[in-house]
Design a protein around this ligand. Sequence first.
Ligand code: EPU
Length: 431
Amino acid sequence: MQAFSIHGGRRLVGTVDVTGSKNSTLSLLSAVLLSKGPIVLRNAPDIVDVRSKAKLLGSLGAQIQWIGTDLHIDCSKIDSSSVDIELAQSIRTSFFLLGPLLARLGKAYLPSPGGCRIGARPVDYHLKGLAALGATIDQENGFYVAKTKDLRGASIYLDKPSPGATQHLMVAAVLAKGITTIQNAAMEPEVVTLADFLNSMGARVSGAGTSMIEIEGVADLSGTTFRAAPDRIQAGTYMMAAAITGGDVTVRGLMPDDQAPIVSKLLEAGAEVTVGFDEIRVQATQRLKAVKIRTMPYPGFPTDLQQPMCALLSIAEGTSIVEETVYESRIGHVRELVRMGADIHQTQLTSIISGVDKLQGAEVEASDLRAGAALVLAGMAAEGNTIIKSIHHIDRGYERLEQTMNSLGASIERIAVSDPTGAWSQATEPF
Ligand code: EPU
């Protein structure tokens, strides 16, 4: 098992580039199944979840090759409607293959999805939407068995603006006969990127980025060359890393509009934030102040940055209140931050954080991806040494996070634990 060993107390200074978006790339890697033409996905992030998704596509008959940061994808010979089970169970977006497989082959066989354990994460909207489009889906021993004669356009209403269900159903509807509407659709930037990607292959999707999306079915799609959008959650993590270490970091290659809630809260907390055309500079010259946060679907404060924000607020002056409204158990970071000296009182999904002067290094465990990011931030700000275990969660979504942070002045080493009693040794590369 690998771990991070962090020597805290160093200011981060410099410039960092954001890689392609995890969640957007994972979504595009479902949509690729719809096309028989060659696809080049530029700027794909080299993270474990993307590699797993690419392997999953391989198990369906796709040819996939990395050339630099470009993924070359050929789905002309998709011949299997069932995937590598273990891989499918390791990531959430394996489930998003159900719709495109139905569109392409008329049948699909998939296990329940995996992903970070941050709540129940039901798939009922997906199932209802696919049924409305004309699929029959049965659940047998933890597997979904889906079939259809023909997908046809339908009016779909989502009880909540779920990014996953919106994107899955958009993809499923692209080759359906007739017009599909998705009401109360998610408005996340990843939805807009997916629409742009589908349209670049000849789909007719409009309204993405609003709460009502319309898809006019087409007979087939061509190939495309498309650049993955920057990862807004990664960008936000770097901005918070600058703030928590009292640093001065310019995060480059992002879309400033996507960062509005983060910029607003960092300013409110007393950081200096300078927004440029495609970059944001964050300087923290004094101790930050407490703020209130409530996670919301886009354009609200993103749930994916709630945990890193808690790390930041654990050393801000005063009492902060952080309310998680999207997931019912995205709180794995709290216990570990408390181990590092944070003063956090948790009532259901609200964290009441009384800022302490300093965090102390400790041995902690990442329970999920963003909890891991929160602990990295905390470790960089803490006095002394922090060991973060279970960093495989972090590798799922951040490309060699320790190297990025070290390039800004952090001191993070990837180490391996050779036995559960805690004897550590030098580790190898993550991938
Ligand atoms: N929901 C349902 N039923 C459904 C689908 C969703 O009730 O059928 C509810 C969920 O319980 C939750 C909300 O809708 O309360 C949002 O969940 P959703 O399924 O839409 O999330 P997701 O698509 O699985 C994506 C990101 C998450 C991010 C959320 C919210 C991917 C691979 N994952 O998840 O990213 O937190 O949207 O923005 O795109 C992360 O990157 O760390 C991460 C967890």
